[in-house]
Design a protein around this ligand. Sequence first.
Ligand code: NAD
Ligand code: WQD
Length: 336
Amino acid sequence: MSILVTGGAGFIGSHTCVELLEAGYDIIVLDNFYNSKSESLKRVKEITNKDLKFYECDIRDRKGLDEIFAKENVEAVIHFAGLKAVGESCQKPLEYYDNNIGGTVTLCEAMRDAGCKKIVFSSSATVYGSENISPLKETMKTGGTTNPYGTTKYYIEQILTDLYASDNEWSVVLLRYFNPIGAHESGRIGENPNGIPNNLMPYISQVAVGKRECLSVFGNDYDTHDGTGVRDYIHVVDLALGHIKALEKALKETGCNVYNLGTGKGYSVLDLVKAFEEASGVKINYKIAPRRDGDIATCYSDPSKAKEELGWVAERGLDKMCEDTWRWQSQNPDGF
Ligand code: NAD
Ligand code: WQD
């Protein structure tokens, strides 16, 4: 029996593949390389000294999926594949709805018809919208998302919830990630954004390595301890380990469960800049810029449900997140 990992060549997927292989699972990766390179999977194999199967396939390709399910003995799916750029989703909403929602529906149809009814899904803290007050709990109202990307995550959660309601043989685990950063401590795999990074950590690390001149800090007049935005940064390896716990739950019992994966601690933009400077020994050039549209002051999790029900806690602190990002970025300045 194998675990199918969609989007397994990407940032979070590749780190999860390492932890799955280390935990002794047989894995099959499916990716269309829209936002990743095959080199990441080569390095997953190098880190673990274990093999994996790979299919270059799109989750919207029903025939391709059927062939994989017919050939392989897939016990459960960890579903990372999707588009994730918030700004781009406002320019290309149809592409986002088609890829993320259409792709997930096609994947679930193929799973159902193959009798594979266990899925762990990559959701996001973005489903909490902008009205809830942190710490964010799974019981809070979701929706009111402010961009098509976030709306795809909200709709997919609903689709998977409805799927379980219609057929209680399914095991659905919805994981709401907060802000994943960091890299594998080997320095061999990490985040590899195309073009100018949208997210804070890759921007900081590209400034550190000399690829970008200056970080723009989007707003210093928020109601936070230093005026800059506060987020719940989580080490990608902790996040990957959360998937192992979620998978164990999905393999063990049916149901539809949702968990926050965060640390429960909030750090500001300037806290992150300072921690990165300490970890790397490099001064980060930054300037204060206007607020970015759609940003909120503060967003962090209450991670207690994952601790109680999955036995999972994020263990790596901000220093480790910065140290590992720096190792990856400085050893691979141009990514893969
Ligand atoms: P990523 O872009 O690095 O990985 C996604 C992978 O999916 C890529 O390898 C890409 O090529 C592949 N892919 C995209 N569309 C596909 C399709 N139609 N068919 C097959 N493969 C396809 O992103 P990531 O940061 O690793 O994120 C993984 C998942 O987690 C995504 O669903 C994302 O929305 C979600 N998520 C990410 C974050 C974050 O900040 N990184 C936060 C919350 C949720
Ligand atoms: C963090 C903080 C910015 C860049 C996004 C998505 C979310 C989830 C994770 C997928 C904010 C500030 C940023 C920069 C800055 N992804 N910032 N200068 O916006 O919390 O979350 O990624 O699901 O859905 O929205 O993350 O890293 O973009 O920003 O000052 O150049 O850094 O204003 O306060 P965000 P981020």
